[in-house]
Design a protein around this ligand. Structure first.
Ligand code: PRP
Length: 217
């Protein structure tokens, strides 16, 4: 039988996903997380983890190069790929926000310059607010944009808030709360339905067990 291919966003989501699978009895050969190894097989041969750049996970799933993906809701919202989004795993919680210098987004704003890794989310949000935008797409260090005069505000994710704080910026509006989600290839959901559901249950149980442990600690 073909292994269940799971594409995970490299970094903290990948580490957590691997731990959750291990806690559910799916063991992987190396105990250490190695950024350079891009694909690993479980010891029982039933699962394969593909370590993918977060923004590429939905493409792997839409095209069927992997059956299941684990990636942040922010990436799913930005991408709009044709996949099933089946489960909120609840970890990797962040806020998707408009941020900038205090006062840089007054109530009567009619137009704004925006820098972001999420141009589609930003356009949708500001269009709905009736605000004209000029959006610069960046790939990182987004908080630098208002400081360097590239944009008035940014649209970005905030986890601890320390990057904003360290750069003198504040949250001006919340767009959405985001966390790690399970997405599934549509054909895999039809042809491997039982295996897909088993895998999601295993991940979900791992998350629930951790929550219960934290609660009882
Ligand atoms: C993300 C995000 C913020 C930061 C927020 O960047 O774009 O810059 O994390 O985290 P915090 O609220 O805990 O400070 P990332 O670390 O992915 O780096 P990047 O600048 O290369 O996008």
């Amino acid at each position: 039988m073909e292994p269940m291919k799971i594409a995970v966003a490299k970094g903290r989501i990948a580490e957590t996903a691997r731990e959750l699978l291990s806690e559910g009895g799916i063991a992987f050969p190396d105990t250490l997380y190695d950024e350079r190894k891009l694909l690993i097989n479980s010891i029982d041969g039933n699962y394969q983890l593909l370590f993918v750049k977060a923004s590429d996970v939905p493409t792997y799933i839409e095209k069927g190069a992997a059956d299941i993906g684990i990636v942040g809701k922010d990436t799913i919202m930005e991408d709009g790929k044709d996949v099933y989004e089946l489960q909120d795993l609840g970890f990797g919680s962040c806020q998707l926000v408009v941020a900038g210098f205090p006062g840089s987004f007054p109530e009567d704003t009619k137009s704004l310059t925006v820098a972001t890794k999420y141009p589609s989310i930003a356009k949708t949000y500001f269009d709905k607010e009736g605000i004209r935008t000029e959006i610069s797409r960046l790939n990182g260090s987004i908080e630098l944009a208002p400081i360097a005069g590239l944009s008035e505000v940014i649209v970005d994710i905030v986890e601890t808030g320390s990057t904003l704080r360290d750069n003198g910026l504040v949250i001006l509006r919340e767009i959405a709360k985001v966390s790690a989600r399970v997405i599934v290839n549509k054909a895999s959901y039809a042809t491997k339905n039982i295996e897909v559901k088993q895998c999601i249950e295993l991940l979900k149980k791992g998350v629930d067990d951790r929550r219960a442990d934290n609660h009882n600690a």
